[in-house]
Ligand binder design. Structure first.
Ligand SMILES: [Ca+2]
Ligand SMILES: [Ca+2]
Ligand SMILES: [Ca+2]
Length: 265
């Protein structure tokens, strides 16, 4: 009986990692934007070009408030649809400089929390990402009670019923393998856990910037509400799985212990 439990757990663990078996903690990524300062003024890849866009374009502004290690969206004026986002749609930006083409892999993890306001029809924090030269992009949203992933022109919902408006920080990791294959973790939970590489999430958001760009935060009328970002961490060249949660490791240890006890009997 205990052996069956362990076998089931091991099978679940194998599936949970899909085909991405190389893990890496985000704090070990190459580029760490910890939000102690405005990342638009940083040049972590030393290419003499600011890594992120700064200022306002099309009514959208990179967050200007950096206090206590977090970036804070400034939704003033309260009327209309003010938009705050992190964006890399500039020549030599961190993503354009480090992603060679449509199939260059990468891993990004961010930590964000909702601090107030009313979400839009697509939630309170969105991410849209497109490699240089890619024909598609990927789009993921934090909503008050779910995660939505754009696929096939519509949104699919995940983790429905989870309170993402609880004021706590939540992590979003996206790993791109190339060939329009994405893996998404929320709080270290792999959303497309039942899929292998060939059937990974396809970027279903269509093309929004063929030159390559990341948009993160509020960049559309469908996103609303206030938020803070604790960090954005990024590494080019490899799709890394999230490190299993401590609770999973504890379960694994428990399973191993059960097996040991089973064998002793
Ligand atoms: Ca740079
Ligand atoms: Ca908006
Ligand atoms: Ca921080």
């Amino acid at each position: 009986m205990k052996f069956i439990v362990l076998s089931t757990f091991l099978a679940a663990a194998a599936v949970a990692h899909a085909d991405l078996i190389v893990t890496k903690h985000s704090s070990d990524f190459t580029y760490l934007y910890e939000m102690d300062v405005n990342p638009s003024g940083q040049d972590l890849d030393s290419n003499t070009t600011q890594d992120w866009f700064g200022g306002t374009a099309g009514g959208s502004t990179i967050p200007q408030d950096y206090t206590g290690g977090v970036a804070r969206s400034d939704q003033n004026p309260a009327s209309g649809d003010p938009q705050n986002l992190f964006r890399t749609d500039i020549g030599g930006s961190i993503t354009r400089a480090t992603l060679a083409d449509a199939n260059t892999p990468w891993t990004m993890e961010l930590s964000a929390r909702k601090t107030g306001g009313t979400q839009g029809v697509d939630g309170w924090f969105g991410v849209a990402m497109q490699n240089p030269g890619a024909s598609f992009s990927t789009r993921v949203n934090f909503e008050d009670d779910r995660i939505s992933y754009r696929t096939g022109g519509t949104y699919a919902d995940y983790l429905v019923g989870t309170d993402f408006a609880d004021g706590a920080f939540h992590t979003m990791r996206i790993a791109y393998e190339g060939s329009d294959n994405y893996f998404v973790w929320i709080n270290d939970i792999l959303l497309n856990s039942d899929l292998t590489s060939a059937g990974a999430f396809a970027g279903g958001n269509g093309s929004f910037n063929t030159g390559g760009s990341w948009f993160m935060g509020d960049f559309s009328g469908g996103i609303g509400g206030d938020w803070e970002v604790d960090y954005i961490r990024y590494e080019a060249g490899t799709a890394f799985a999230a490190v299993p949660e401590a609770s999973e490791l504890a379960l694994f240890a428990l399973g191993a212990l059960s097996l040991a006890l089973y064998r002793r009997k």
